[in-house]
Write a protein that binds this ligand. Structure first.
Ligand SMILES: [Ca+2]
Ligand SMILES: [Ca+2]
Ligand SMILES: [Ca+2]
Length: 260
């Protein structure tokens, strides 16, 4: 019986390798994570029970797998933006014997570029901040009705939109230079705006995701001494970095209005 099973296994493997060709046929990203859809030709052996997809960050070394059952396509989501993934498939029969790997395909998960994306559909939205009245006028890329938000309007107010709550949608936010106040309407809780004191009249707002957790960090730059003061999201200790200070220096951040 053991020899019989081994024979079946080898036969199954050879046939599977002939027919299981993995095809990566669609690439997509959503607001927070990359997705890839894979498809393959069905194995026509009668005892085929299902397929497994293996993937990882090194060619031929697959750290993760998913049993997709007897389907011939699947979508992997929550892949990390900016990473390169190597993927392969196997098939298994009703007795649990698994084939060798299929061909390997490579998926470069696109880096998630900073963008103004109030509706979180992965496309930039057109938006205006009208400093005369503190009105934000937003035209969502999703095609939803344009809308306005009143937030700001002070003489020293600067729009500092970002994804401070990390939900993949840009938050309306104002930096008030006169008092160093950051006033944020989190997209995940628009009825609970909040303020953070960080900066003042001699500082320039330089928000960015310096700790890479997917949430915009509050930060200011002081031109007189070239100091960056970063208030990291997630509760880490604020810290300073000396970088710059020449009278002609301009902090290089994504352009105001494009940071996430
Ligand atoms: Ca959008
Ligand atoms: Ca948000
Ligand atoms: Ca962050």
């Amino acid at each position: 019986m053991i020899e019989f099973r081994l024979f079946r296994f080898l036969r199954s493997v050879s046939l599977c390798l002939l027919s299981l060709i993995l095809i990566l046929f669609q690439l997509a990203t959503n607001a927070n994570s990359a997705q890839v859809t894979l498809a393959w030709d069905p194995n026509t052996e009668p005892d085929v029970a299902g397929y497994k997809i293996y993937y990882g960050l090194l060619s031929g070394q697959y750290s993760d797998s998913v049993d997709v059952g007897n389907q011939t396509s699947c979508t992997l989501s929550n892949l990390q933006d900016g990473n390169t993934y190597y993927l392969a498939a196997t098939t298994y029969d009703i007795e649990g014997y698994e084939s060798d790997f299929s061909n390997e395909v490579v998926f470069n998960a696109p880096a998630n570029p900073p963008r103004i994306d109030f509706d979180g559909d992965g496309k930039a939205d057109i938006a205006i901040y009208r400093s005369s009245n503190g009105g934000w006028y937003i035209k969502p890329s999703s095609g939803a009705a344009p809308y306005g938000v009143g937030w700001g309007g002070g003489a020293s107010d600067i729009p500092v939109p970002g994804d401070y709550d990390g939900d993949g949608k840009t938050d309306v936010a104002i930096y008030r230079a006169s008092n160093g106040g950051w006033y944020i309407i989190p997209s995940s809780a628009p009825s609970a705006p909040y303020g953070v004191g960080w900066g003042g009249t001699t500082y320039t707002p330089v928000p960015g995701d310096f700790n890479g957790d997917g949430k915009t960090d509050i930060a200011v730059y002081q031109a007189s001494n070239g100091a960056w003061y970063i208030f990291p999201s997630g509760g880490g200790s604020p810290y300073g970095v000396g970088w710059g200070g020449d009278a002609s220096d301009v902090p290089v951040i994504t352009n105001p209005g494009t940071y996430m």
